[in-house]
Structure formats: structure tokens, C-alpha cells
Design a protein around this ligand. Structure first.
Ligand code: NAD
Ligand code: K
Ligand code: MN
Length: 356
């Protein structure tokens, strides 16, 4: 029997509630007649680790998880620690350390979910947003001079490399090609950002030649937000830089019903390192510790994890169970206007899995 080694990093806030729920669901899936099993190892990194050790994870932390088949991640973000410390000290350290350069965010309106767009049914919104996850606006380059003085100057430099843009474009064209509509929108801002984004556009043209069967177009990021709202069915696969896609994908999650549902994968397409799967939401300080978090974003991330491991049947079984429970308003958590608790939703998914 195959054994998949999974690193679980709940992190902070509701990450500590939804990741154990995801683990339970994966365990139930494996127990129910699958030809594989999971070996979970949990790592207590995050804000609590920071209070005890002065850093978000140990210096040799990446070594401890390098040999895993995948990582299931919750959230980094603590009410008492500045966000740039929690983010750079844990999540980005893993994404960058393992060169997870493709961040993939599927967005669909699941059955039973009341999405805010008028005249938009489930079939009108079926997107995958590909986010460049290793450079661009979040390269971490910049600085502050004359800090605190009236003449202070602060910079955050966006770095794009031709190799970095080529690999994410190729990944996005290939993903678009694998979907029924074979359609890609390249999101840009080359009217205002006249160096890196102009190269981005040029690389898109060059890489598109390798994919003659993919229809593609270009859209400025600001216009793209309006298009997502006004003409959702005109989009399928999108590719954008780190910052642009960060913003577009939260909008996408909200248009599909709730931040609590949306999943993501931080992927190393070359499979040199483990890839990391997580709900797109953060620590949700307002509801943490109360058992109210929607675990569906984590469950859907587990579907992506299973697909990545090469277990499409198990992934489909879990997705079907998720869609059955979103279809039932009694199993909606507060973010969806319901009263259900994390534990109710988790138990319901497990019972659907056991009855399939
Ligand atoms: P957030 O996603 O934590 O919360 C935004 C809102 O959505 C809150 O009202 C929250 O209650 C609600 N929400 C989010 N997930 C939910 C769920 N599963 N169920 C029900 N409601 C849910 O975003 P924020 O408030 O901007 O950030 C809080 C902290 O999380 C910050 O420290 C931030 O840096 C961090 N964060 C981390 C990640 C990550 O680790 N990938 C992502 C986003 C934010
Ligand atoms: K997250
Ligand atoms: Mn974000």
C-alpha cells in the first residue's frame, strides 16, 4: 500500500481549527477502501513558536519537511505580531525555499452557495487564476532611507526575470490547454508599469506560439476586476503577477460566495520539492478559537492535494462530498449566513465519504 507523507502546518488563528479538520477528512478518505494511506506529521510553527523562540519556524525547518509528499498549511498571522513578520517568516519562507512558483486558485460557485453577482449561475463562473508566486512585487527587494524623517524614502521594487515569467506563462498556457475551453487571459498593467510588464506581455506572445490551440487575450488588471463582475463567463484561465493575482483571487473568492470556501495550491511544477496546499483565507481573528470557521476551503485544498499526488478518483470522491454538504443550507457556517460549526461540517463530509 502506498503511504503519502504529509506535513501539517496549522499556523495561527483558525488555521489551528481547519487543518485538523482537513486531516480528519483525508484520514477518513484513506480508510474508506483506498489503496493508499497517509502519514501525517504536524509542526507547531507560527505565532506561538515565535513567542517561544523569536522566529516563526526553526532555521532547519525546511529540511524537516523537504522529504514530504505534500504540505497542508493553515494560516500565518497573529494579532500580536506584525503581519510582515508572520508572512515572511513562515509561509513565504516555504514558498520561496521550495520554489513553489505557481500559485493556482480554482474558483467556482458550488451548489447551494448564494453568490453575490446578479444574473450569474454556477456555470457562468468557472475560473482558475494562476499567480506568479516567486518574484514580482513580492520579491522582498527595497528599503527605507531616513526612516521617520520628513525626507524619508521607501521602496518596494518589483523584480521580474525573463526566466521567471517564461516558466509561469508556460505553466498557465499548459493549464489552459488542459481545460475544456482552452482559453487564457493574460493580466497585465503594461500601460503604467513600463518595464517589467512590457516584458511580461512580450513573453506571453512568445510562449503562446507553443500553444496554437489555446485562445488567449490580454487584459489590464483594473479592467479585469470590472470584467470579472460584468462578464464572468468570458473568463476561464487567468495568469497574473504576484500582487495582481493576490487581489484578483480574493475578489474571485468573494464573487463565488465566500473567502471561507476558496482553495489554493503553491506548486513546484517540476516536483523537486513538496508543494503546499492551503485555504486562501487567513487567521480570521474575529472568529478564531470559537469553532465557527468554515473548513470547506481546507477540504477543497485537500482535493487539490490529492490531484497533485496523482489520486484523481479520491479527489473526485472528496469534491462530490463537499458539493453535497454545500448544497445543504443547514451545513452552512456563519460566513455563508448559516449556523453550522466547523465540527458539524467536518462530521457531515466524513459521513458522506463513508456512505459513498
Ligand atoms: P482573513 O481571511 O483572516 O479574514 C477576512 C474575513 O473573512 C474575516 O471577517 C474572517 O472572519 C472571514 N473568514 C476568513 N476565513 C473564514 C472561514 N474559513 N470561515 C469563516 N469566515 C472566514 O483575512 P485578514 O483579516 O485580512 O487577515 C487576518 C490575518 O491573517 C492577518 O495576520 C493576515 O496577514 C493573515 N493572512 C494570512 C494568509 C496566509 O497565511 N495565507 C492569508 C491571508 C491573511
Ligand atoms: K491560508
Ligand atoms: Mn492574499
Amino acid at each position: 500500500m502506498k503511504t503519502y507523507k504529509i506535513a501539517c502546518i496549522p499556523g495561527d488563528g483558525i488555521g489551528k481549527e481547519v487543518i485538523p479538520a482537513g486531516q480528519e477528512v483525508l484520514q477518513a478518505l484513506a480508510a474508506g477502501g483506498s489503496d493508499f494511506r497517509f502519514e501525517f506529521t504536524s509542526f507547531g510553527w507560527g505565532g506561538d513558536w515565535y513567542r517561544a523562540h523569536g522566529k516563526m519556524m526553526p532555521d532547519d525547518g525546511l529540511e524537516a519537511i523537504r522529504g514530504m509528499d505534500a504540505i497542508l498549511f493553515g494560516s500565518a498571522g497573529d494579532p500580536h505580531i506584525p503581519d510582515h513578520i508572520t508572512l515572511w517568516g513562515l509561509r513565504l519562507k516555504i514558498c520561496q525555499g521550495f520554489d513553489q512558483y505557481a500559485n493556482v486558485r480554482p474558483t467556482r460557485i458550488l451548489p447551494g452557495i448564494d453568490a453575490p453577482l446578479k444574473r450569474c449561475g454556477p456555470r457562468d463562473l468557472d475560473w482558475v487564476i494562476v499567480r506568479e508566486n516567486s518574484e514580482g512585487e513580492y520579491a522582498g527587494v527595497g528599503g527605507r532611507a531616513h526612516q521617520g524623517h520628513p525626507i524619508e524614502v521607501a521602496t518596494d521594487v518589483s523584480i521580474l526575470t525573463r526566466a521567471g515569467v517564461e516558466r509561469i506563462m508556460r505553466f498557465a498556457f499548459r493549464l489552459a490547454q488542459s481545460r475544456p475551453r482552452k482559453q487564457l487571459t493574460v493580466v497585465t498593467k503594461s500601460n503604467a508599469q513600463r518595464h517589467g510588464m512590457v516584458m511580461w506581455d512580450e513573453v506571453a506572445v512568445a510562449v503562446s506560439k507553443e500553444f496554437p490551440d489555446v485562445r488567449w487575450d490580454k487584459e489590464l488588471v483594473d479592467a479585469c476586476t470590472a470584467r470579472m463582475v460584468n462578464r464572468p463567463a468570458s473568463l476561464d484561465t487567468l495568469v497574473a503577477t504576484n500582487l495582481h493575482a493576490d487581489i484578483l483571487s480574493d475578489l474571485a473568492a468573494a464573487l463565488a460566495g465566500s473567502l471561507g470556501i476558496a482553495p489554493t495550491g503553491n506548486i513546484d511544477p517540476e516536483r523537486r520539492y513538496p508543494s503546499m496546499f492551503e485555504p486562501i483565507h487567513g487567521s480570521a481573528f474575529d472568529i478564531m478559537g470559537k469553532g465557527l470557521a468554515n473548513p470547506v476551503g481546507t477540504f477543497w485544498s485537500c482535493v487539490m492535494l490529492l490531484e497533485h499526488l496523482g489520486e484523481p478518483q479520491a479527489a473526485a470522491r472528496l469534491m462530490a462530498a463537499i458539493e453535497e454538504i454545500t448544497a445543504d443550507p443547514k451545513l452552512h457556517t456563519g460566513d455563508l449566513g448559516g449556523q453550522a460549526r466547523t465540527a458539524d461540517v467536518t462530521a457531515a463530509v466524513i459521513s458522506r465519504l463513508n456512505n459513498r
